[in-house]
Design a protein around this ligand. Structure first.
Ligand SMILES: [Zn+2]
Ligand SMILES: [Zn+2]
Length: 383
């Protein structure tokens, strides 16, 4: 067995040297080095960053996933092992997730001879920009994988608490940009132009009415405008305004309907004012949908491991693990990290004490999932 202090040391090293999404070169080198030193075999894929390890033998394959990227935030947590890269911080706890899956890998390696199949461990880059999972899937990391599991630390939950849910969990997290083109004019003679600022403000008001009046109260849905850019002067009406924000939903049909309704509203409000407007909708990660069977399985193993198990609330955040769950069944879970400050906060300080128990949990989950799949395969039961 390895000591808990080893996992904490690795986590702190990752924390001290965070790297932005897609630039996790040193992180990749560290992870490779630690895994190889433990005698764990690495799989080769055409990937610039990220690591894929595999333990065990046999036909049955399950995957565990950690994310490894950091955020463009200047750390203010005050911890001794704070970021030495100014303006970059592990403020989402992906350093903890990596340490958890390293610990699970070491435990599984110690029992590799008796594992009833293979456990593939994905150390995935670029989660924060919703690119890494798609890169990994494109590279083939899910080939042969029959079930996949992953975690996020949850600052609002106490240590020792575990939560997940069946079905929709994290949101469709989309971005949109609206460009209104009017006609510039002297502010004293607005009738000589087409006022893009008034048009934009009408659209913004109407969008809030759209979300509250045109969808069912149980269609969880949030639309926020987060920036407006238009005009440079006190006495000139600008020729155009650009604004944008994010829309969060938990159903693919609601998402499609919302995009269509926003597009129609934007175009028709602009037309009514004699202006033109375009909507650019950039889909983020899709709704994360946990398989009910595997969500229940994960909770059962968590109870055995001594966690207090809860049903998780719906998240309005996005999580690119959703892309894996579109390909293979599995479940994503939350583990309490008891931080006073939340995810993506410069003072985020998750409790490291979650790492060792979570590592043990994922090793146990992997073994039991393999046993379950092997038994089901032998009995020819439907998946
Ligand atoms: Zn994040
Ligand atoms: Zn995260």
């Amino acid at each position: 067995m390895y000591p808990e202090s080893q996992l904490i040391e690795w986590r702190r090293e990752l924390h001290t040297w965070p790297e932005l999404s897609g630039q996790e070169f040193a992180t990749t080198a560290r992870l490779r080095g630690w895994l190889q030193a433990a005698g764990i075999r690495l799989r080769d894929y055409p990937l610039e960053t990220g690591v894929v390890a595999e333990i065990g033998q046999g036909e049955t394959v399950i995957a565990l996933r950690a994310d490894i990227d950091a955020l463009p935030i200047h750390e203010a947590s005050g911890v001794r092992f704070h970021s030495r890269h100014p303006g970059v911080m592990h403020a989402c706890g992906h350093d903890l997730h990596s340490a958890v899956m390293l610990g699970a890998a070491l435990q599984l390696q110690a029992q590799a001879d008796t594992l009833p199949g293979r456990v593939r461990i994905l150390f995935q880059p670029a989660e924060e920009i919703a690119r890494g999972a798609r890169q990994f899937i494109g590279a083939g990391v899910l080939d042969e994988v029959q079930a996949i599991f992953g975690m996020h630390n949850e600052p609002s939950l106490p240590l020792g608490t575990f939560a997940t849910r069946s079905g929709a969990f994290y949101a469709n997290a989309d971005k949109f940009i609206i460009r209104v083109t009017g006609k510039g004019a002297h502010a004293a003679y607005p009738e000589q132009g087409v006022d893009s600022i008034v048009t934009a403000s009408q659209i913004i008001q109407a969008l809030q009415g759209l979300t509250s009046r045109s969808f069912n109260a149980f269609d969880s849905l949030v639309l926020s405008i987060t920036r407006i850019d238009g005009g440079k002067s006190w006495n000139v009406l600008p020729g155009g305004v650009e604004f944008g924000g994010t829309a969060r939903t938990h159903d693919l049909q609601v998402r499609a309907d919302l995009e269509q309704r926003v597009r129609t509203l934007v175009e028709q409000f602009a037309a009514a004012n004699g202006a033109q407007a375009t909507l650019t909708w950039q889909p983020g990660p899709p709704v994360l949908i946990n398989d009910p069977h595997w969500a229940g399985f994960c909770s059962d193993v968590a109870r055995q491991a001594g966690y207090r198990v809860q049903t998780a609330e719906l998240h309005l955040l996005g999580e690119d693990f959703a892309f894996y769950l579109q390909q293979v069944p599995g479940a994503f879970v939350s583990i309490g990290s008891a931080s006073e400050f939340g995810l993506h906060h410069a003072s985020f300080t998750p409790d490291e004490a979650l790492i060792a128990p979570a590592a043990g949990y994922f090793a146990q989950l992997a073994r039991q999932a393999l046993q379950h799949l092997s038994a089901r395969c032998q009995a020819s039961l439907p998946l």
